[in-house]
Design a protein around this ligand. Structure first.
Ligand SMILES: *Cc1c(COP(=O)(O)O)cnc(C)c1O
Length: 376
């Protein structure tokens, strides 16, 4: 029997959710950190405590697993948390192979965070299969590939590298952030692990950070799940909701952005002030054929341009653009431009005259006219 509640109790009782069986079309954001236990000790859907699992994360993870054709997906609070979890799942004293133009924060991660864990690495040109094979050591336990790469758009042969990894019994991870599952499913090309920064195209609106790890193997899945729920770098229910919402329009946005990127690349390639356009969709791109074979129906919406200019003039040109905002990151609906070298630092192999472009969904005529005026 319930006693008649006093005011303080009423303040709690009167606000409890009485609409649990409502049927909203848009998924509610389950802010609850904890879930009610049934009288028999069980929990509905195994939701116990939000760090371990919650409805918004579960929905997001199921969605990403299905898009990547994988069995298990694990969502993290950022792309870097997903990368960190992958490396942390390795044994101590491991040696790993990283692309020589890897996303620069990952290199910083192994240099600064894993340095005391005796993790060693070699930087390899992943477009050179012989170099990959040659770099393998007896304690190599992970090969990491990013294709297209950041910011030079280098294309690595994901399937061919998977054969090297299998031959030497090495775990093989592909960062699929730039290609997105719209164009590329690395698990189908032999990868063991797919990593994404969902901050980029999945979220798609530059308003949320997130990452994920997708795998097929149950043992790897268990390790990643343990790191996710026990280390706790988990995305909030609202973060998961935003990324799930972004996914609904992922193919529409990415196809439009890619269509714009190809047209912009074709225009820039003809401009006398441009030294080179790095875009896998251009026939002049050295690995155009491989990109065409590997990336189903699309080359992505990222490109870089080398300008016939000094570092200072290159930076100046980026500031003259009106529809391309000078900012880091990528994959949002708005176009962005960035002088990568000054972000990555002096030790970076990125050329001084390179601008990286994330193409948005604006009208292509405006985007081209904007470059025309900035370059004149
Ligand atoms: C942005 C990015 C990351 C890191 O993701 P965050 O969400 O910023 O932590 C990793 N890899 C690639 C290719 C990226 O573009």
């Amino acid at each position: 029997m319930k006693s008649k509640p006093k005011f303080e109790t009423l303040a709690i009782e009167s606000t409890k959710n009485e609409f649990l069986n409502a049927q909203p079309i848009s998924t509610p954001i389950y802010l609850s950190s904890t879930y009610k236990r049934n009288n028999d000790g069980t929990y509905n859907n195994n939701f116990v405590y939000s760090r371990t699992d919650n409805p918004n994360r579960k929905i997001l993870e199921k969605s990403i697993a299905s898009l990547e054709n994988g069995k298990f997906a694990f969502a993290f609070a950022s792309g870097m948390a997903a990368v960190h979890a992958t490396i942390q799942s390795l044994k101590a004293n491991s040696h790993i192979l990283l692309p020589d133009d890897i996303y620069f924060a990952i290199r910083k991660l192994v240099d600064e965070v894993f340095k005391d864990w005796n993790l060693t690495y070699d930087l390899v040109d992943m477009t050179n299969l012989q170099a990959v094979e040659k770099a393998v050591k007896s304690n190599t336990s992970l090969i990491w590939v990013e294709s297209p790469s950041n910011p030079q758009l280098k294309i690595s042969d994901i399937e061919a590298i998977s054969k090297i990894a299998k031959k030497h019994n090495i775990l093989y991870a592909v960062d699929n952030t730039w290609a997105t599952p719209v164009f590329q499913n690395p698990l189908e090309l032999g990868a063991d692990i797919v990593v994404h920064s969902t901050t980029k195209y999945f979220g798609g609106h530059s308003d949320v950070l997130g990452g994920c790890v997708v795998v097929n193997d149950e043992n790897i899945a268990q390790k990643i799940k343990a790191i996710q729920s026990l280390s706790g770098a988990v995305p909030s229910p609202f973060d998961c909701w935003l990324i799930s919402r972004g996914i609904q329009t992922l193919p529409l946005r990415v196809h439009k952005q890619t269509e714009n990127a190809l047209k912009l690349a074709q225009y820039l390639e003809t401009h006398p002030k441009i030294e080179q356009v790095l875009y896998p969709g251009l026939e002049s791109f050295p690995q155009h054929k491989l990109a065409k074979k590997q990336q189903k129906n699309g080359f992505g919406a990222m490109l870089s341009v080398l300008i016939k200019a000094s570092k200072e003039e290159t930076v100046l040109i980026s500031t003259k653009l009106n529809y391309f905002t000078t900012a880091t990151s990528l994959g949002g609906v708005e176009s962005l431009v960035e002088h990568r070298k000054s972000v990555e630092g002096e030790t970076s192999p990125t050329p001084d005259n390179l601008l990286r472009i994330s193409v948005g969904i604006e009208h292509i005529d405006d985007l081209i006219a904007d470059w025309e005026q900035a370059l004149s």
